[in-house]
Ligand binder design. Sequence first.
Ligand code: SF4
Length: 340
Amino acid sequence: MTNPRMMSTYSMWSLFRNCRMACKLRYLDFLVALESDPNLRFGSAIHQFLECWHRHRDLAQVLDRIDRAYPNRAGDEDQQRDWHLATAIMQAYAGRYPSEEFAVVELEKKFEGEIVNPATAATSRSFLLAGKVDGIVRIGDEHFLLEHKTASLLDSGYLERLWTDFQITLYVWYVEQTLGIRINGVIYNILVKAKLQQSRGETEAEYEARRAELIAKSKTGKSTAQRHMPETDDEFQARLAIKYIEPGMFHREILYISRDRFAVLQAELWELTQNFLDARRRDTWYQNTSQCFQYGRPCAYFPLCRSDFSPLVRDNHYRIEPPHTELSDPSTTTDNAPVF
Ligand code: SF4
């Protein structure tokens, strides 16, 4: 009897390449941090709202979906912040792109294919590769992958680094092989996250302290200072709407795919599979500590590694979750983790 092949994703191989221990903790031990990363959470949510928009082109439906995604926003600061940002982004997005130069062919399309040794054309007996693309669109006779990105800062460096997005090049190859659609390039649909914060206003004590300070500096011994009241939701939405009129808040970048890179990426993927099998056989997963603070935040497994894998830390900070949930549940996607 043959062993069933292990399903893999680009996220898994990317994690293995970055830190073998992190890969083992997620894909063999099935550990997920109880506290999810707010940036990943927001990116995943925006993907769902964009899918809804591109599928129905009905802003009221998108806004209703946003409302339902943040049911506790009245008492939860994180939900309130994300609701404001998502609402402002999607309203502005609908205004910026009232019509598209492309026709949507597929949205949130999954694929599953063989991992091939490019040197021998043999398929892996240990792994399959699955993934999901945000969209496939057509302009004239050419097809493109549509790839949504949320960015904190969009500058020339960000656009330069799109070249390093190996995931999308690999996905192009798999889409061509498994869905039979020739892909010419990728349309990066970049949405910038405004850094504006809703003003909380002043407490009575803060106001009194500020007023006393002004009076002390005043020659007349008086002050006409008014208490700063909290910014209402409508006021903050109006401020965000002005921000999103700026041209740099949305950007589309088209990159044509170099087909020479398919073979390079396939070879790299094959090499990773062989390294993984070797690591699993020897149960040796080294910790690449240079990756512990990638993206300017601690790795999800940092508390566990730092505690030398204390069972107490494991039980209190992690839960067991099957791998590749991003393929079935859009609200938990990690494939959309910021590449940069
Ligand atoms: S904390 Fe560092 S060493 Fe540990 S899994 Fe994460 S990246 Fe690897």
